[in-house]
Write a protein that binds this ligand. Structure first.
Ligand code: 3PG
Length: 307
């Protein structure tokens, strides 16, 4: 059985070695397609694969149609908005993610973004400390929780909102204060860390109104998805409020314009890098390989997202 690892942004070598060991020990064959530049390469490589392990790689209906033998896709990571779930489900293909496996890397990056912006992107001048400031967590999943815990360790006052968690005890157990609406969250947050997935409901949901309600000098930190930002609204907010800042590891479609217009107040890393640590690659990559083997050999469907 052929397991294809298709990663436009490759895993660290140690992760690939670990994935190979798991796949080959299970009697399967590993095929690697790394740093591919053309969709055609993926279409060709997936043609005879039974299983597919990916990162942010796009598994469209075209890819599914080309993968005649495909039984399972595992997204080594949290967000699976890059997979056409309807097309996979129609073919009876199981889709899974590996929740929590790369969360720490993303949380560390989010915290470092807060300090970087508070210190004027490490350029000369007087900065601000994050201690004593209010950190708002938008969506309290695996990454949000870790950002909250780390923020508390740095002396921040942590508040959170998650539309799917109605019991305040969940937050209180972590010493985090639950607020009752998105509006309240943004209005109180000196630093707002976004951890919502890109869904039809969340796309373009963060815009001018929420951003201009934030306290003076506020920083929006986006290590989630660029799609959740209403980019025109973001530009309006930055224009209207000269104290607001935006930092992300997923450049906006209009990033060049934002950089030009707002200079030091906006920053995007050249490539998406939240999960780019050896540890996260190993955790997520090996979990993905184990999940593939578990499904192919024993039919285990834990972490299936298209049930
Ligand atoms: C995720 O959803 O797990 C993160 O966005 C990481 O994405 P990546 O594997 O493409 O770095």
């Amino acid at each position: 059985m052929k397991v294809l690892v298709a990663t436009e942004k490759p895993f660290a070598k140690k992760a690939v070695d670990g994935i190979r060991e798991i796949i080959e020990t299970a009697g399967c064959e590993l095929a690697l397609l790394e740093k591919y530049t053309d969709k055609a390469q993926l279409l060709e490589a997936v043609a005879d694969a039974e299983a597919l392990i990916i990162r942010s790689d796009k598994v469209t209906s075209e890819v599914i149609a080309a993968a005649k033998n495909l039984k399972i896709v595992v997204r080594a990571g949290a967000g699976y908005d890059n997979v056409d779930l309807a097309a996979a489900t129609e073919r009876g293909i199981v889709v899974m993610n590996t929740p929590g496996q790369n969360s720490n890397a993303v949380a560390e990056l989010a915290l470092s973004f807060m300090i970087y912006m508070s210190r004027n992107r490490f350029t000369p001048g007087t900065g601000r400390e994050i201690q004593g400031k209010t950190l708002g967590i938008h969506a309290y999943g695996n990454v949000g929780k870790l950002v909250g815990r780390k923020g508390k360790a740095l002396g921040m006052n942590v508040i959170a909102f998650d539309p799917f968690i109605t019991d305040p005890a969940v937050f209180e157990a972590d010493g985090v204060k639950a607020v009752s609406s998105i509006e309240e969250l943004y209005a109180q947050s000196d630093f707002l860390s976004l951890h919502i997935p890109a869904t039809p409901e969340t796309k373009k949901s963060i815009g001018r109104k929420l951003l201009t309600s934030m306290p003076k000098g506020a920083v929006l930190v986006n290590t989630a998805r660029k799609e959740v930002i209403d980019e025109a609204g973001l530009a309006e907010a930055l224009q209207e409020r000269e104290d607001l800042k935006y930092i992300t590891d997923i450049a906006a479609e209009t990033q060049a314009e934002l950089n030009e217009k707002f200079g030091n107040r906006v920053f995007a890393t050249p490539k998406k890098m939240g999960a780019e640590t050896a540890e996260a690659n190993i955790n997520a990559g090996l979990a993905a390989a184990r999940q593939v083997v578990g499904y192919l050999k024993e039919g285990i469907t834990r972490f299936q997202v298209n049930k």
